[in-house]
Write a protein that binds this ligand. Structure first.
Ligand code: NAP
Length: 193
């Protein structure tokens, strides 16, 4: 079955962006970025891929899930950030007319959407963010890949918002980079019985 992976950059104090959605504290150069170019090109926006002369094929992730706030962060650059994937944007207040036709804007329950996507054939599903959407999907996540940046932001968007019960994870892999970023990969802890 297809996996839902939350692949995301996070600060030491658990924020995926700073106050006022400031994303500038996360370094965009360094050996961890080279790893992303190599292993996770599907998570790079097309404008970035084009600038680097790279292409993405959707081999790792062929579907991207975003909350509207994550989607709109990139509006100055593009309204079609990951065209190499099927893009689904969740919103209760915006409509399909506000996005290009290849982007699905929906107010459907994210859990129902994810369960349906998982039942279809295809490659991985990337939960891009943000914390609001991730909080609702925490129990559906099959793999958590945290790019932990050595920064304390002191506030901003939490990795998960609104989670009310604990979920335990098992570390699958941990890779330190010279840049100071550590990429930690987790899978849900096996449930007893
Ligand atoms: N570090 C990283 O790698 C990374 C990755 C992604 C995002 N981010 C950051 O995360 C921040 C945004 O995260 P966020 O937590 O504020 O917001 P978000 O999860 O991106 O989006 C929240 C919005 O999604 C819509 N939504 C949420 N649940 C829904 C549901 N059940 N049904 C329909 N629509 C739903 C609502 O949109 P409406 O209000 O339109 O109804 C809600 O306001 C940005 O600063 C972004 O830069 C960081």
């Amino acid at each position: 079955m297809r996996e839902l992976t939350y692949f995301v950059a996070v600060s030491l104090d658990g924020f995926i962006s700073g106050p006022d959605h400031d994303f500038s504290a996360f370094p965009v150069t360094g050996d961890h970025i080279e790893m992303i170019f190599r292993e996770y090109p599907d998570t790079l926006p097309k404008v970035g891929l084009d600038a680097m002369g790279l292409t993405a094929t959707g081999d790792r992730f062929d579907t991207t899930l975003m909350g509207w706030k994550t989607y709109e962060v990139g509006f100055e650059a593009t309204r079609d950030p990951y065209p190499h994937t099927r893009q689904v944007v969740f919103s209760r207040s915006h409509t399909q007319a506000e996005a290009p036709p290849n982007i699905v804007v929906t107010d459907e329950d994210p859990v129902a959407v994810v369960r349906r996507l998982k039942a279809e054939p295809g490659n991985g599903i990337w939960l891009c963010g943000g914390g609001d959407l991730a909080g609702q999907l925490v129990d559906e996540i099959d793999r958590l890949v945290l790019k932990v940046n050595p920064i304390v932001l002191g506030g901003g968007t939490p990795l998960f918002s609104g989670v009310t019960s604990a979920r335990t994870w098992t570390r699958a892999e941990s890779t330190p980079y010279d840049s100071g970023v550590v990429v930690n990969e987790y899978v849900p802890a096996a449930t007893a019985g």
